[in-house]
Design a protein around this ligand. Structure first.
Ligand code: UT7
Length: 353
């Protein structure tokens, strides 16, 4: 028995927030953002996270030609859930019309998709399940402090999804390396949220948004991703030259360039789309994967490396054999409703509820 990604899809909300837009609300400029991060624009959602996840899921189900009833688990990788209870995964399950599957959230921040991929492959290889819908996505715009220029310019909203299933060939997960350094946890935080929240005053008690120590995370991201890539390749009995494509978490172009240099990995084999979407956290890899497939960059039996780092501080690297099919079996016309507001209007609403 093999295990393969048989369906893929994305949902990137229509409202585009450009660096020029950000110049109107923050002390920043396009030149700084592009030269320090590579990001030119990002999307701001006018709908819920489960709406985005559902659209991505419907494309993935169509690409795999999979009946939603055949899905055994919906796993939602996110650190910006729509509710704490019920899970965003269960909302997506409801929207696709599945009544019986397991549904749960998986939060390891930006590494969520690779953690989820590893979980899904393991549930299938153990025989517990056959078909899994894995969605990665965020509505991070809601959790940002839009007055903080160091963080606000980096992130964006979006979701991607894959169907993973047991197949009758030898496609597989060669290796997966997942890690977390809890001693650096405070370097990337959304505090005063969750059961630690202090309701002293309705205004003071409100969480302030994600904050981080950028340089500390930057250094750690490069070191961790390079180390995990080496370990995952060694365990797979593969070298850098054997890898056809790397789909990394899209946080910062400079982080990816430094990681590629450290691993002797050619940038041409790395999929980069952070210029269009910024850092969509757990959404970034499935969105980039879907675009790589749509652009014909994934070839039959490609050996692929997924790489990520994020809050925790977590790190993840996984090597897979893609399998033979690189085109969708069916397509879906699922889409979000049109937005009546511009991205800047949506951001202003979040900043002044
Ligand atoms: O998925 C994980 C999420 N976390 C990350 O991805 C963060 C990883 N870290 C990074 O991507 C980078 O560290 C940043 C992009 C956040 C910052 O880049 P940097 O090259 O490390 O800049 P810096 O923090 O050293 O700041 C340099 C200067 C500072 O001014 P002074 O002190 O030199 O006068 C900042 O105040 O740039 C200033 N600055 C800005 N200027 C214009 C910070 N943010 C901005 C901004 N526009 N948006």
């Amino acid at each position: 028995m093999g295990i393969e990604i048989t369906g893929w899809g994305k949902c990137t909300p229509p409202s585009i927030l450009t660096n020029k837009d950000l110049e109107t609300i923050l002390d920043t400029d396009d030149e700084w953002i592009v030269s320090r991060t590579g990001v030119k624009e990002r999307r701001i959602a006018h709908t819920s996270l489960s709406d985005m996840g559902t659209v991505a899921a419907q494309h993935a189900l169509a690409a795999a030609d999979k009946d939603p009833q055949d899905i055994d688990a919906v796993i939602m990788a996110t650190c910006t859930p729509q509710y704490i209870i019920p899970t965003t995964a269960s909302r997506i399950q409801e929207n696709i019309g599945n009544k019986h599957a397991a549904a749960f959230e998986l939060n390891s921040a930006c590494t969520g998709f690779v953690y989820g991929l590893t979980t899904a492959y393991s549930l299938i290889s153990s025989g517990v399940m056959k078909n899994i819908l894995l969605v990665g996505g965020e509505k991070v715009s809601f959790f940002l402090d839009w007055g903080a220029r160091d963080t606000a310019v980096l992130f964006g909203d979006g979701a991607g999804a894959v169907v993973i299933e047991a197949v009758d060939n030898d496609s597989k997960l060669y290796s997966s390396k997942l890690t977390c350094d809890p001693f650096l946890g405070n370097t990337l935080m959304l505090d005063n949220f969750g059961s630690s929240m202090e309701f002293k005053d309705p205004k003071d008690g409100y969480f302030l948004g994600i904050h981080f120590e950028g340089q500390e995370i930057f250094k750690n991201a490069v070191k961790t991703m390079a180390r995990l890539a080496e370990e995952a390749l060694a365990e797979s009995n593969l070298t850098v030259d054997d890898i056809d494509l790397c789909i990394p978490h899209q946080a910062n172009l400079r982080i990816l360039e430094a990681t590629a240099k450290r691993c002797n990995f050619p940038m041409e084999k790395m999929i980069i789309n952070l210029d269009k979407y910024g850092n969509t956290s757990a959404g970034s890899i499935p969105i980039a994967l879907t675009e790589a497939l749509d652009q014909g960059k994934v070839k039959p039996n490609s050996k692929m490396l997924f790489l990520a780092f994020g809050g925790g501080l977590t790190g993840a690297a996984a090597v897979i054999d893609w399998g033979s099919r690189v085109t969708s079996i069916k397509t879906s016309d699922a889409a979000l409703p049109d937005s009546e507001k511009t991205a800047l209007e949506l951001v202003k609403e979040i900043s002044n509820p």
